[in-house]
Design a protein. Structure first.
Length: 362
């Protein structure tokens, strides 16, 4: 095992990331060292690069929190989420760490909102265990993490995306409940969250799936991922016209279900597109918005989603494997970069030139 490895490190906000040598730690009992095969970039990575997220960041940080990799070393015996032994050479993704003993973990069974929940891509790279960001040749997997094995049918890049974006979508549909055959689902946002959400809605039997987003290149992917129709907000700029577009396709009522996969700023407009008694799920949690509670549709259901539970990782991986012949999932990983070009990948994501960028290590 080498003493160190290369990693993409944020040393200052809004400055180019540096490729640095970072120490490989000793493994605590139950922990793993994983050789990263792919790390996909998420909107949160871009927000963190621009400036500290709520709660602050302590630099330097290895960026990235969507990893997939091959087990290199294990200190002790481990099993995956299904109880199967984990061994060297297995390709895996893994969950965040929660305390396991607070109200949210042990009573509510909602570890994604555990106050002591710890995830990746925001830990100091100069303090043990160093390797807690995914844009690195190796990553340290703490003992409490739950492990999901990746089947051969799923690429490392798609599996990495399941470690945040895709499992969050699965969590959203879990909270939403069943989609009925007569229902119209509107997706706000045509990035990785929105396009994966379109595929799940289509697969769940929605009567029609409508995606609202931009730019056109992303909407082309939306149509391949199951959208029956799309609306480009760069060409249809008036929110009233966008609302009318939805109502024209729903008998004047509005959508039965709306999945907000863009930003909180999209919520007020989205609520005008929802029918009375409809269901609204807000997944894209960045940004701010103000709402007039008196303008909410009658008897509507409003749900918010943060992250996902470990089962949602498994659901996302299973969906990728079992629906690979129906949906072109690889089209969503629209650009691949080596680690040395991390700053190009960040810039492409920040300017919406790609749907999702992957850093490849294979």
């Amino acid at each position: 095992m080498p003493d160190d490895c290369r990693a993409a490190v944020i040393t200052a906000h809004n400055k180019p990331l540096e490729i640095q040598k970072v120490q490989i730690p000793d493994l605590d009992p139950g922990s793993l060292l994983v050789k990263i095969t792919a790390s996909t970039l998420c909107g949160t990575d871009i927000h963190r690069w621009h400036g500290p997220l709520p709660g602050g960041d302590s630099l330097p940080i290895i960026t990235g929190h969507e990893p997939c990799g091959i087990v290199e070393e294990i200190n002790g015996e481990r099993t995956d989420i299904l109880g199967n032994p984990v061994k060297r050479g297995d390709r895996i993704v893994w969950s965040y760490v929660s305390c396991g003993s607070c109200y949210y973990c042990s009573v509510a069974l909602q570890p994604c909102i555990c106050p002591d929940r710890a995830s990746w891509g925001h830990n100091r790279a100069d303090q043990p265990p160093y390797l807690l960001g995914s844009c690195s040749e190796y990553m340290y997997v703490p003992a409490p993490c739950l492990i999901i094995k990746v089947p051969d049918e799923v690429s490392s890049a798609s599996a990495a995306a399941s470690a945040c974006a895709y499992r969050t979508v699965m969590h959203g549909y879990d909270r939403l409940g069943a989609i009925k055959p007569h229902e119209t689902v509107v997706i706000q946002g045509s990035g990785p969250l929105g396009n994966f959400a379109a595929a799940v809605a289509k697969d769940s039997g929605a009567k029609q799936v409508l995606v609202i987003g931009a730019p056109e290149a992303r909407l082309e992917v939306s149509r391949r991922m199951g959208a029956d129709d799309t609306l480009n907000i760069e060409t249809v700029t008036d929110p009233k016209d966008r609302r009318e577009w939805v109502r024209e396709r729903t008998g004047g009522r509005g959508a039965d279900v709306i999945m907000q996969c863009a930003t909180n700023a999209a919520v007020p407009e989205g609520l005008t597109m929802l029918r009375g008694g409809g269901r609204y799920v807000s997944i894209g949690m960045s940004g701010k918005a103000e709402m007039d509670i008196n303008a909410l549709p009658q008897q509507m259901t409003f749900l918010t989603v943060r992250s996902g539970e470990p089962r949602h990782w498994l659901q996302a991986i299973d969906f990728l494997a079992s629906r690979r012949d129906r949906f072109p999932f690889e089209d969503m990983i629209s650009a691949h970069y080596p680690l040395e070009r991390i700053n190009e990948a960040i810039e492409a994501m920040a300017t919406f030139k790609v749907v999702k960028a992957a850093i490849d290590f294979d």
